[in-house]
Ligand binder design. Sequence first.
Ligand SMILES: Nc1ncnc2c1ncn2[C@@H]1O[C@H](COP(=O)(O)OP(=O)(O)OP(=O)(O)O)[C@@H](O)[C@H]1O
Ligand SMILES: O=P(O)(O)OC[C@H]1O[C@H](OP(=O)(O)OP(=O)(O)O)[C@H](O)[C@@H]1O
Ligand SMILES: [Mg+2]
Length: 290
Amino acid sequence: MINIAIPKGSLEEQTLLLFKQADLEIKKTSRDYNPKINDPRIEKIKILRPQEIPKYIEEGYFDLGISGRDWVVESSSDVVEVADMPYSKQGAGIVKIVIAVPQDSDIQSAKDIKPGSRVTTEYPNITKKFFDDLGIPVDLHFSYGATEAKVPDLMDVVVDLTETGSTLRKNGLKIVDVMLESSSKLIANKESWDDPVKRKEIEEIKTLLLAVIEARGKVLIDMNVPADKLDSVIEALPSLKRPTVSQLYNSDYYAVESVVNKNEVNILIPKLKDLGAEDILELDISKIVH
Ligand SMILES: Nc1ncnc2c1ncn2[C@@H]1O[C@H](COP(=O)(O)OP(=O)(O)OP(=O)(O)O)[C@@H](O)[C@H]1O
Ligand SMILES: O=P(O)(O)OC[C@H]1O[C@H](OP(=O)(O)OP(=O)(O)O)[C@H](O)[C@@H]1O
Ligand SMILES: [Mg+2]
């Protein structure tokens, strides 16, 4: 059985939702950092800050966990990246660690930043390396958060995470460079990964989690089509692979089934109807396992 570390903070809500949708429901009350889970593969779940999760996994306190790539790199943790998990706080996207300065600044890119500039960041290690590589000695200050608030009054430059860009915008800042792109990662301890029994458990949990992410934004379309309309209906279908077609009993109708993107359905369903499809059903999908 394996131990799993789950991130508190920005990723918490989406992570709990993902586990629930994967039928790995984590039962917790507010402020409970040792929640329960009823799964034969999982011994223990703990909720921790994502900054600390990669190191605890490297050191073997947990077999598996979720954290952002940013914290794996910042903490230079030696862990196995089992899977990219494309979800963030707000959406399905990649977040960026950017260099930002006041909107009215002359600085156009990081190389324009003057030596000795005061730089505030929650990511001191990657920021130091970035400016060292550029050959610009900067005055680095660790930030515990609200990092954007500090420029221009207390600091000259901010290195912080952005997803929607709203915090930068509201605080009068502009991006001049991207230091790192990050997304959520499923990460494992190296020894656990090399243990065949644990690896199987990890792989099974990965399959369930990725199946939920894969199914997001997709629906199943089901319809009956008369034989003479079949080719034109199938041609109009943006299928994941090939649509499933089966003949209806004692009839010249065919049942056609296909997975399509939810955001195409508003155009697709009327079109399928025009082309001769009947009894069209749209069904939610909870998981897709490839
Ligand atoms: N919109 C977002 N804002 C912040 N972090 C995000 C966002 N989307 C994804 N993340 C990821 O979530 C993790 C956040 O880690 P962090 O330690 O900064 O905690 P936090 O969730 O910001 O907590 P706090 O609210 O206490 O600052 C990072 O790995 C980051 O890449
Ligand atoms: O681009 P946006 O969608 O606006 O999101 C990015 C903001 O979210 C995070 O702050 P957080 O909520 O973690 O607060 P903190 O600065 O106190 O850590 C991050 O540090 C940015 O400030
Ligand atoms: Mg934060």
